[in-house]
Design a protein around this ligand. Structure first.
Ligand code: HEC
Ligand code: HEC
Length: 461
């Protein structure tokens, strides 16, 4: 038994979580007062527990509805569409024809999430081990905003650093040298953290069994909160029934991760000026994107967000269009942005050394992606390399770069077009580019036209 768990823990820490088989654990002891007082005595079931199916209450699956779903997508007004209440159902059945009424009466309750225009289909990015449901989501949202479980001394929640008012990032420069990334559209992240050391979103609080006991404070910010699962178990009155109804178990590392990931996967924002211009191009059956498509996409609200005077709508459209062409290397003045910031999330999901914050280091202490790669996968080019971030929502998330060293978008752009900071491992795709001031302005305006609407979810309870 002990050996099996050790193997499981190793597998988990290697990031390949879905295919782990667990032995049925012995009946779970209720957390005793002593266990609460001595959180270091961790039970092996801290990682995962066999669910007690009788405890799982009727739950509604969450379904993502994407643009490609056509009429069903178009019909939904908001991001979050909860299941109908009994009363709403009864009323709806009355208004429908007999066939539709029977179908509705027989159908199950589901939550529908309308994926905002312009985004990829998130259904391909959700692991089959964690199908989203309403109970998981509600629990995840509660945990996200709860200030009393991450640390012994109350006060900090996920939302402290991933604040909804600043694009689920923060405007602080520094968490032991690291800048908080946005969680908006994080469902599409191929890997987590600037150095990609975690695979799935389920792993961002604790990743191995030892994380529950490891000291909370080290020299580096590991994004691990030890003792967190124990603290949740101790708060039986608030949490036990919620975990039981979502997972059929007490709080475990696995359940905490799954609940939080379910919530984070619905933090979606799209329908930016650029997305709307692309939609106008499709509606036009036009083979290329044109100034007029941006003009169609710019309404009063968009102009206000971009801080552009209404009267200059045509000028604004021309300028964003210019930025679009520069960004995509369609102009003679090549920028190369598209080499790394392609796709609908404007990231290749890969790791590059731009020389940001690059200093001397001792052998064995190489920074960036290199450090978190296992033996056998190390490559020199990944020394000092960090994950290419999405470029959506940048207006809310200053400062920029993994260390927050660029205060403004203009600075971040300048750093790129200077060819980054010279060093032995600098990515060859980053080159010095000579851009004129109006070209820089157009590029920055284009970046801001990628912002998208606010995340439209019900607020925390
Ligand atoms: C003290 C501030 C702070 C708190 C509290 C915090 N985070 Fe973070 N978060 C960060 C920083 C900084 C990073 C980047 C860390 C790194 O790359 O090593 C990050 C990274 C992440 C990422 C990876 C995003 C990406 O694009 O790679 C996710 C997901 C995440 N946090 C979720 C959470 C959740 C869920 C919680 C609550 C359990 C939480 N965070 C609490 C600061 C914080
Ligand atoms: C060689 C790949 C590469 C190219 C080319 C590239 N970028 Fe980046 N970009 C990155 C990486 C990697 C980061 C994060 C670097 C870090 O923090 O260490 C980044 C960060 C950024 C950021 C900061 C985002 C944030 O949330 O912190 C902006 C803005 C940006 N890039 C815009 C551009 C623009 C505009 C261009 C074209 C002029 C461009 N990039 C070209 C790879 C690239």
């Amino acid at each position: 038994m002990r050996r099996l768990w050790a193997v499981s823990a190793i597998l988990l820490s290697a990031g390949c979580q879905p295919a782990v088989h667990y032995e049925k654990p012995e009946p779970t002891p209720e957390p005793t007062k002593a266990a609460v007082e001595a959180p270091r005595a961790v039970e092996q079931d801290i990682v995962w527990m066999n669910p007690r199916p009788q405890e799982i209450q009727s739950d509604a699956p969450i379904e993502f509805i994407h643009e490609t779903d056509g009429p069903e997508w178009a019909k939904l007004r908001r991001l979050w569409n909860p299941p109908l209440t009994e009363k709403e159902r009864a009323a709806a059945v009355l208004t429908l024809g007999p066939v539709a009424a029977v179908a509705l009466a027989a159908s199950k309750a589901v939550v529908k999430v309308k994926v905002p225009a312009g985004l990829d289909d998130p259904r391909h990015s959700i692991p089959s081990s964690n199908p989203p449901t309403l109970h998981k989501w509600e629990l995840g949202r509660r945990l996200f905003y709860d200030k009393k479980w991450l640390t012994d001394s109350a006060g900090e929640s996920c939302a402290t650093c991933h604040d909804s008012h600043t694009g689920f990032a923060d405007n602080a420069r520094d968490h032991y040298g690291l800048n908080t990334p946005t969680l908006v559209n994080c469902v599409y992240n191929g890997r987590q953290f600037w150095d990609g050391r975690a695979g799935v979103l389920e792993e961002v609080v604790q990743r191995t069994m030892d994380d529950e006991t490891a000291p909370a404070k080290g020299t580096a910010f590991r994004h691990v909160w030890s003792g967190a699962v124990g603290r949740l178990r101790a708060r039986r009155f608030e949490y036990e029934h919620r975990f039981l109804s979502a997972f059929g178990t007490l709080p475990t590392q696995d359940a905490v991760g799954k609940a939080l990931a379910t919530y984070m996967r619905t933090l979606l924002a799209g329908d930016s000026v650029h997305d709307r211009a692309l939609a106008a191009q499709v509606a036009d059956h036009s083979s290329e994107l044109k100034v007029e498509h941006y003009e169609k996409a710019l309404d009063g609200a968009a102009l206000k967000d971009l801080k552009i005077d209404e009267k200059t709508k045509a000028d604004a459209a021309r300028k964003i269009y210019r930025g679009y062409r520069l960004f995509n290397d369609l102009e003679e003045h090549k920028t190369g942005c598209i080499l790394c910031h392609g796709g609908r999330e404007f990231t290749d999901g890969r790791f590059h050394n731009l020389g940001v914050g690059f200093n001397k280091f001792d052998p064995g202490e190489e920074p960036g992606r290199f450090a978190s790669l296992p033996v056998g996968e190390k490559e020199g080019r990944l020394i000092g390399a960090y994950k290419t971030p999405t470029l959506r929502g940048l207006s809310h998330t200053a400062p920029y770069f993994h260390d927050g060293s660029a205060a403004t978008l203009e600075e971040a752009l300048q750093f790129h077009t200077d060819g980054g900071q010279r060093n032995e491992y600098l990515d060859p795709e980053l080159q010095k580019r000579d851009l004129l001031a109006p070209e820089r302005e157009a590029l920055v305006l284009f970046l801001r036209a990628l912002d998208g609407k606010d995340v439209d979810l019900p607020p925390p309870e």
